[in-house]
Design a protein around this ligand. Structure first.
Ligand code: H79
Length: 462
């Protein structure tokens, strides 16, 4: 039996009743953010020259998209690798189909990662896929078209504060023990960190390339910047103004720097609690962003799906990553997991798309003072393993991770439960409900309809 005690105060503070929950909070409701807030699930694609090496370099095997830095490769040698990059198996339509079949609503491609190599036709800078590789095709153009065809929002990642090809990109700060000056810079080709002038790189490369991305490919859903590093407040503001001027509907993540941008981006982690500010967790399917042929550390479909549900119940989006090979193939282990998530979403998706966060809270988990977080030294957050809740006007969706014996009990429900049923039941047969005030008990069949997460819908009225 699962019993959640939700204090009346907490529920009142959230000002939500089972009948009137809004799918969006005021902070999220900007017109620009509407599609993002209901989309919930997107595909991140880390693909570039580094994919060609498959994580391997001269006997070491733990590389990925950071290859140039982690293997200390000079630009001249990295350019040779780029000359071998010929992804003849790349098929934009297939990639968009994989995302769409997974139930994803948007796709974010690395248009330029820290290596500085543009994966698009960039008239302003010859270090790009059209000029350097034998491939001679523009993946950004092809993916933009494929996404439009499949109804996906097409978005681009752009590494802002790191670029290992341009000579003027300083990183780190004096006095920062973890990231001293030069700690994320190309010191192989450009050893003199003191002479690097971010403004030169910003004018010469960032502004022209951002303009290209926003004028050559139709509507861009999100400009997903990474690593603001040394960008000044004035430069972040100027860049944002440039984007707003060209495509006012383009969402910009907070990594444009200096507290600007539309939403926050926790990386490889899920926040412990819910937030009314828009946010998106990005995460790898195994242990690397870029393709690494040695990495078999795949997350299970159960973990991935429960992550998605957990995130949506806290008001966020899930941006899940694949690292295609140098030939242009998304690893089958990734495709298999995405397909399984998609099959679940086909049946249960109405509980997530366009849904609001949980009106409860204690089911999310609790901080355990006996366990200390390695990074912060603070009590570790231990996620709840039993259920999560999402909301829509007129109802609650309870996602049961552990199937309770006989019945599901919950406290703190506002309004009256009119009908309860399982989303996996095509007939939506009414389950027996007992309600005493805010206490609700639903009789369940003996067996869970889904081994990973079964969704119990509670239709509510006043
Ligand atoms: O694009 C992905 C990462 O490459 C990028 N952001 C995501 C979306 C990123 N840049 N910096 N970081 C992430 C944080 C630093 C990661 C590191 Fe490492 C982990 C530095 C050292 C350990 C992995 C291993 C990357 C380089 C060596």
């Amino acid at each position: 039996m699962i019993k959640s005690i939700v204090s009346g105060g907490l529920v009142l503070a959230a000002a939500l009743t089972c009948a009137t929950q809004a799918a969006e909070t005021p902070e999220q409701s900007g017109a620009r953010m509407a599609w993002f807030n209901s989309a919930k699930f997107g595909l991140f694609i880390h693909w570039g020259v580094y994919s060609q090496a498959g994580g391997e370099w001269k006997g070491t095997t733990n590389h990925a998209e950071w290859l140039q830095l982690t293997a200390k490769i000079p630009i001249a040698e990295y350019t040779e690798l780029a000359k071998q990059f010929n992804p003849v198996k790349f098929n934009a339509d297939e990639w968009a189909q994989i995302a769409s079949d997974a139930g994803m609503k948007y796709l974010v491609l690395t248009s330029k990662h820290h290596d500085g190599f543009a994966m698009f036709d960039s008239p302003s800078n010859p270090y790009n896929i059209m000029k350097v590789t034998p491939f001679g095709r523009d993946p950004v153009k092809e993916l933009a078209a494929a996404c439009a065809k499949h109804g996906l929002k097409f978005c681009v990642y752009y590494s802002l504060g790191r670029d290992w090809h341009d000579p003027d990109v300083p990183t780190g700060s004096p006095g920062n023990a973890r990231f001293p000056p030069g700690s994320r810079s190309n010191l192989v080709d450009y050893p003199d960190e003191s002479r690097k002038d971010f403004a030169k790189y910003f004018e010469r490369k960032v502004k022209p390339q951002v303009r290209e991305l926003l004028t050559q490919y139709g509507p861009i859903g999100i400009l997903w910047f990474d690593t603001p590093e040394k960008i000044t407040k004035a430069q972040s503001a100027e860049l944002l103004a440039l984007i707003r001027g060209l495509q006012p509907d383009c969402i910009v993540n907070a990594r444009i720097g200096n507290k600007l941008g539309d939403y926050g981006t926790p990386e490889q982690e899920i926040p412990s609690g819910k937030s009314t500010q828009a946010w998106e967790t990005c995460m790898t399917l195994n242990g690397h962003w870029g393709y690494n042929s040695h990495d078999a550390n795949w997350k299970t479909t159960a973990t991935l799906l429960r992550n998605l549900i957990d995130i949506v119940s806290k008001g966020g989006n899930y941006l899940l990553n694949v690292g295609p090979t140098g030939a242009g193939v998304i690893p089958p282990e990734s495709v298999e997991r995405l397909r399984e998530i998609g099959a679940w979403l086909k049946i249960n998706g109405e509980s997530l798309y366009g849904a609001g966060m949980t009106p409860f809270g204690p089911e999310l988990g609790k901080f355990d003072a006996a366990k200390k977080n390695k990074k912060t030294g603070k009590p570790e957050f231990v996620p709840g393993e039993e259920w999560r809740c999402t909301t829509k006007a007129g109802g609650l969706y309870i996602h049961l991770f552990k199937w309770p014996a006989g019945r599901f009990d919950v406290s703190g429900v506002k309004g009256t439960v009119k009908k309860a049923y399982l989303l996996a039941d095509p007939d939506r047969t009414a389950l027996k409900v007992k309600q005493t005030g805010a206490e609700v008990s639903v009789e369940l069949p003996a067996k869970a309809p889904d081994a990973i997460a079964s969704v119990l819908c509670l239709e509510c009225g006043d």
